[in-house]
Design a protein around this ligand. Structure first.
Ligand code: HEM
Length: 329
C-alpha cells in the first residue's frame, strides 16, 4: 500500500489547486475560479439545468417509476459542470465513472484511483491541446490564458484545477440532490408540506444540506499544535467532520430533526475558512432546480423498496440507488 501511495505521488504530484494549496499560493487560484461560480454566473447556468431536469422527468414519467438517485440526482451535476468547464456534457457517464473511481472505489483501492486519475489527466491534456492554437470561450481556455504573478499557468496546473472542478462538482451535488429526494420519498409529512408550501424550498435546501452534509475533508498537520487535549504532530492527518459539526446541540436547536423551515441555520456543509467550497452557489442552484422541477412535474412519489436503497460512505456520503413510484401531476 505504501509503495503504491509513493508511486501515486511520483506520477501525479499532489497539486489540485486551490484545495491542495496553502497561503500564499491558495488565494490566486481561488480568485481564478470564483468568477465561474459567482451568483450571477450561476444564474446563467439555470436554464440549462432546468431543461436537463425536465428532460429527465420526461424520460421516465410515463413509466410511473424512477430511481431518484440514478435517473435524476446522478444525471444533473456531471452535465452542468461539464457545460461550465467547456467539455462535452454527452460524456457525463464517463465523468461520473472516473469521479466514482477516485472518490468511492479509490478510497480503499489505490491502483483503481491511479487508473482513474490517469484517465482524467490524459483527458484534460487532450482538451488543452485542442485549445492551444484555437482558444474557445470556455473555462479551460480562460485558465490557459490566465496568469499568476505574471506567469502563465503550466499545463500541469490547468489540469489540476480542471480535475478538481470536475471531481468536486459531481459526487458532492449528486449526493445532496439524492439525499433530499430520498428524504421526501420516505417522509410523507415533509413531502406533503413542500407540496403545500413551495415557498419554503430555500430553507428546506439549507436544512437538507445541514442534515445530510455529504462531504468530509482532511488537513495534514504542518507544525506541532495542541488542540484541546490532542497533541498533533507534523504529517498527521486531521479529519474535518463537517457533518458532525452540523449536528452540534450547542449550535442547533433539535439538531437530529429535519425542520424544513429552520430559521437559524449556520451550517458548515460547505466547510469553513479559506478552503470553503468555491461551488456552493452552483450546488444550491442545482438542488433548487432539481427539487423545484421534481415537485412541479410529479404529483406524488415515494420510495417503493427500502431494501433496495443503497448509500455510499467515505469522503462523500450519498444515496446511490433509490427506486421510487411516481405519478404525474
Ligand atoms: C452540495 C454540494 C457540495 C458540498 C457539500 C461541497 C462541500 C465542500 C467542502 C466541505 C469543501 C472543503 C472545505 C474545506 O476544506 O474547508 C469544498 C471545497 C471545494 N468545492 Fe465544494 N461542495 C459541493 C459542491 C461543489 C461544486 C458543485 C463545485 C464546483 C466545481 C465545488 C467546488 C469546490 C472547490 C473548487 C473546492 C476547493 C476550494 C478551496 O480549496 O479553496 N463544490 N466543497
Amino acid at each position: 500500500m505504501r509503495e503504491l501511495l509513493i508511486a501515486e505521488v511520483k506520477e501525479f504530484g499532489s497539486e489540485l489547486p486551490p484545495i491542495s494549496a496553502d497561503p500564499p499560493e491558495h488565494k490566486p487560484y481561488k480568485q481564478l475560479i470564483l468568477p465561474l461560480f459567482s451568483p450571477k454566473a450561476v444564474e446563467e447556468y439555470r436554464a440549462f439545468t432546468e431543461n436537463l431536469a425536465n428532460e429527465l422527468i420526461d424520460k421516465h414519467i410515463a413509466s410511473g417509476k424512477m430511481d431518484a438517485a440514478v435517473d435524476c440526482a446522478q444525471q444533473i451535476p456531471p452535465r452542468v459542470i461539464a457545460y461550465i468547464i467547456g467539455i462535452d456534457p454527452g460524456r457525463a457517464d464517463d465523468f461520473t465513472d472516473w469521479t466514482r473511481g477516485i472518490i468511492e472505489l479509490g478510497q480503499t483501492d489505490p491502483e483503481a484511483r491511479m487508473k482513474y486519475r490517469r484517465l482524467i489527466r490524459d483527458f484534460f491534456q487532450e482538451m488543452i491541446e485542442e485549445r492551444r492554437d484555437n482558444p474557445r470561450d470556455d473555462a479551460i481556455s480562460k485558465l490557459m490564458a490566465a496568469e499568476i504573478n505574471g506567469e502563465k499557468l503550466s499545463d500541469y496546473s490547468v489540469i489540476g484545477v480542471c480535475f478538481l472542478l470536475l471531481v468536486a462538482g459531481i459526487d458532492t451535488t449528486w449526493s445532496s440532490i439524492g439525499s433530499a429526494l430520498w428524504h421526501f420519498g420516505t417522509h410523507e409529512e415533509d413531502r406533503k408540506r413542500l407540496y403545500a408550501e413551495p415557498e419554503i424550498l430555500p430553507t428546506a435546501v439549507e436544512e437538507l444540506l445541514r442534515y445530510y452534509s455529504p462531504v468530509v475533508m482532511a488537513r495534514r498537520v504542518l507544525d506541532p499544535i495542541k488542540f484541546g487535549e490532542a497533541d498533533m504532530v507534523p504529517g498527521e492527518k486531521v479529519i474535518m467532520n463537517f457533518p458532525a459539526a452540523n449536528r452540534d446541540p450547542d449550535v442547533f436547536d433539535r439538531p437530529d430533526e429535519v425542520l424544513l423551515d429552520r430559521e437559524h441555520n449556520r451550517h458548515i456543509a460547505f466547510g469553513v475558512g479559506i478552503h470553503r467550497c468555491a461551488g456552493s452557489n452552483l450546488a444550491r442552484m442545482e438542488m433548487d432546480v432539481a427539487l423545484r422541477v421534481w415537485f412541479d412535474r410529479i404529483g406524488d412519489f415515494e420510495v417503493t423498496d427500502l431494501e433496495a436503497v443503497r448509500w455510499t460512505g467515505g469522503q462523500v456520503r450519498g444515496v446511490r440507488i433509490a427506486p421510487m413510484r411516481i405519478t404525474a401531476r
